[in-house]
Design a protein around this ligand. Structure first.
Ligand SMILES: Nc1ncnc2c1ncn2[C@@H]1O[C@H](COP(=O)(O)OP(=O)(O)O)[C@@H](O)[C@H]1O
Ligand SMILES: [Mg+2]
Length: 335
C-alpha cells in the first residue's frame, strides 16, 4: 500500500468512525423505555448542597425486570422519584416511554403519573387507601381515568388473580398481611396498564419469606403482563433472581451484574458476570475490592492491548529492576 493510499484508507476509516460516533451520540438510548442521560439532582438544604445524583446514565429496555442496589444514601430513591414524575432533575435529561420528564406541564405530569408509571413504596401503608377494600383500591385509578365498568371489573379480577390476592378482594388493608398488602399494591399500580412499574424497596418492611413471595408477584407481573419493572432492593436473595442488577454508588451507576442461565451437565446453572459501567465520557469506576489489594490509588497506568486494556498500579517500586515492560508481572490478566 502506498502511503497516499494508506492515508486515504485511514481518513475514510476516521470519517466512518466519526459518522458512527455521531450516530451513537444522536441515538443514545434509542428504542429504550427508560433513558437517563447525565442526570443530576442537587438538594439545597439550609445552604448545604447534597448531590444525590451526579450524572447518572441508565438505559432500560422494554419488558426488562431490573434490580437497583446500592448503599443507603446512594441516590436510589431520588432516581425512583424522578422516574415517577414526583421530582425533577437539576440537570440532564430523562425520558420514559417517549415522555420527556423535564419538560412536562402540571397537567401532563398528572396524566403521566396516572397512565405511564405505577409505583409501589416500601411503607405498606403508603400504597393503599385504608378505608377501601383491595378490590376498590385497584378499581380507583381506572375510575379516575374514566374507564368503563366492564373494563374495570375484568381488569381488577385479572390483576388480583395474577398477584395471588383474589381472596383479599373484599378486605381492607388492616385485614390483610403485609405481603398481601404489597401484592394488592402492585395490582393497584398496574390498574391502568402502565409502561413502567417502579418499586422502591417494596419488601423492605417484610420478613424474608414474605419478601420472596412479593418479589415472585413482581416477577409474575413482568412475565405475564409484560410490564417493565424497576425494583430497588437491599435483599441479595432478590437481586440474585433477576437477570440484570444495577449498582448505584455516589449518584452514578457503578457496576452491572448480568445473570444468565446456562445449560451445564444436563442441568441449568446461573452464571453471574459483573461489569463495570463505561460512561459516555469513557469513565470506568473500578471496584475498591480490586483496587485495594494492588495498592492502586490516585492514578494507574493503562496499556492498550489488541483485545483488552491493562490497568497497572503506578508504583515504580513494584517493578523489577531494569524491566521496561511489566509484562511478566501482569496480575490477574486473562490470556
Ligand atoms: N428531600 C431531600 N432534601 C435533601 N436531601 C435529600 C433529600 N432526599 C434525599 N436527600 C439526600 O440525597 C442523598 C440520596 O438520597 P436517596 O436518594 O434517598 O438515597 P437512597 O434511596 O439510595 O438511600 C442522601 O444523601 C440524602 O440525604
Ligand atoms: Mg431510598
Amino acid at each position: 500500500m502506498t502511503s497516499a493510499a494508506g492515508r486515504l484508507a485511514a481518513a475514510s476509516g476516521i470519517s466512518e468512525l466519526a459518522a458512527e460516533a455521531e450516530l451513537a451520540r444522536t441515538s443514545y438510548g434509542e428504542g429504550a423505555l427508560v433513558v437517563c442521560d447525565r442526570l443530576v439532582r442537587i438538594y439545597a438544604l439550609e445552604g448545604i448542597e447534597v448531590q444525590a445524583l451526579q450524572g447518572l446514565d441508565l438505559l432500560i429496555g422494554k419488558g426488562e425486570l431490573t434490580a437497583v442496589v446500592g448503599a443507603s444514601g446512594s441516590g436510589k430513591s431520588t432516581l425512583m422519584n424522578i422516574l415517577a414524575g414526583l421530582d425533577t432533575p437539576t440537570a440532564g435529561s430523562v425520558q420514559v416511554a417517549g415522555h420527556d420528564l423535564s419538560g412536562m406541564t402540571a397537567r401532563e405530569r398528572l396524566s403521566y403519573r396516572r397512565q405511564v408509571v405505577g409505583f409501589v413504596w416500601q411503607q405498606t401503608s403508603r400504597n393503599l387507601l385504608p378505608y377501601m377494600t383491595a378490590w376498590q383500591n385497584v378499581v380507583l385509578p381506572m375510575r379516575l381515568r374514566g374507564a368503563g365498568r366492564r373494563e374495570r371489573s375484568a381488569r381488577t379480577a385479572e390483576l388480583l388473580a395474577v398477584l395471588g390476592v383474589t381472596h383479599c378482594a373484599d378486605r381492607r388493608p388492616d385485614q390483610m398481611s403485609g405481603g398481601e398488602q404489597q401484592r394488592a399494591a402492585i395490582a393497584t399500580a398496574l390498574a391502568n396498564r402502565p409502561d413502567l412499574l417502579l418499586a422502591d424497596e417494596p419488601t423492605g418492611e417484610l420478613d424474608s419469606a414474605t419478601a420472596v413471595d412479593v418479589f415472585g408477584a413482581l416477577q409474575r407481573a413482568n412475565a405475564e403482563l409484560g410490564v417493565t419493572v424497576l425494583v430497588v432492593t437491599h435483599d441479595p436473595a432478590v437481586s440474585a433472581q433477576v437477570r440484570r442488577t444495577i449498582a448505584i454508588a455516589d449518584g452514578r451507576t457503578s457496576t452491572e451484574t448480568l445473570r444468565h442461565a446456562a445449560a451445564e451437565d444436563g442441568g441449568l446453572s446461573q452464571h453471574a458476570v459483573e461489569y463495570a459501567v463505561l460512561d459516555r465520557a469513557g469513565r470506568v469506576q473500578l471496584p475498591l475490592e480490586m483496587l485495594e489489594p494492588l495498592g492502586m490509588r490516585d492514578r494507574v497506568r493503562l496499556e492498550a492491548e489488541p483485545d483488552h486494556i491493562g490497568v497497572w498500579p503506578d508504583n515504580p517500586a513494584s517493578r523489577q529492576p531494569g524491566q521496561q515492560q511489566p509484562a511478566q508481572q501482569q496480575p490477574g490478566e486473562q490470556p
